[in-house]
Design a protein around this ligand. Structure first.
Ligand code: GLN
Length: 213
């Protein structure tokens, strides 16, 4: 990426494997920033919601009075949710139902691959150029339904595992745990493109980010 266009990408650092995402972003031409409170959303061009335990992240978001501001931020800046992060982005969560940001037009079922095969490493062709991609699944959710506006970039057993919808991206696997950086590069490039189009947050949202409400 050309100098001056390096995107600054936040990683929600409340719980989960945010450090691995930060490293993956550095290796993908972006500058990572850890985000733990609403004011830290100011000045970032995009955000990663990492994997972990969505129930725990949700509880912290509510406790920190962060849920509503985060939803509005995710509605106007590029955001990439991986695993628990994809669960948070979804329109509907099942097994069991839980609150979500409701931005990705997908129905997501948590822990959908059963106990014995709840973690797996698959290598398969995807829509990304460059050959087969390694995908690490850990107690992964399954996208049981996606809307017509959702572009599917990779599948596992006929279910989408990597998708894009406008400026949102979601994966049910953990790209940060593989050495292949194509997925993070794709996101970093989309953030850089949005950034050069200058899509600032609204004044009202900027104010709410500052005050954390
Ligand atoms: N099982 C977790 C959940 O339901 C997600 C697992 C992960 O992020 N690796 O929130």
């Amino acid at each position: 990426m050309a100098k001056g266009t390096i995107p600054i990408i936040g990683v929600l650092a409340i719980q989960g494997d945010y450090a691995a995402h930060a490293e993956a972003l550095s290796e993908s031409g972006a500058e990572p920033v850890e985000v733990r409170k609403p004011s830290e959303l100011a000045g970032i061009d995009g955000l990663i919601l990492p994997g972990g335990e969505s129930t725990t992240v949700l509880r912290f978001l509510e406790k920190l009075n962060f849920f509503d501001v985060l939803r509005d931020f995710c509605g106007c800046k590029p955001v990439f949710g991986t695993c628990a992060g994809a669960i948070l982005l979804a329109r509907e969560v099942r097994n069991p139902p839980q609150r979500s940001l409701g931005l990705l037009d997908a129905i997501v079922e948590r822990n959908a691959y059963g106990r014995q095969i709840d973690s797996a490493i698959l290598t398969a062709e995807t829509a990304l150029p460059g050959g087969p991609l390694e995908m690490v699944f850990i107690r992964a959710p399954r996208m049981v339904e996606v809307g017509a506006g959702v572009q599917v970039l990779a599948m596992r057993d006929d279910f989408p595992v990597l998708v894009r919808q406008g400026s949102l991206m979601a994966a049910t696997f953990h790209p940060e745990l593989s050495s292949d950086r194509r997925v993070h590069r794709l996101f970093a490039e989309s953030v850089a493109a949005t950034r050069s189009n200058r899509a600032p947050v609204t004044t009202e949202l900027a104010q709410r980010i500052r005050t954390g409400v």
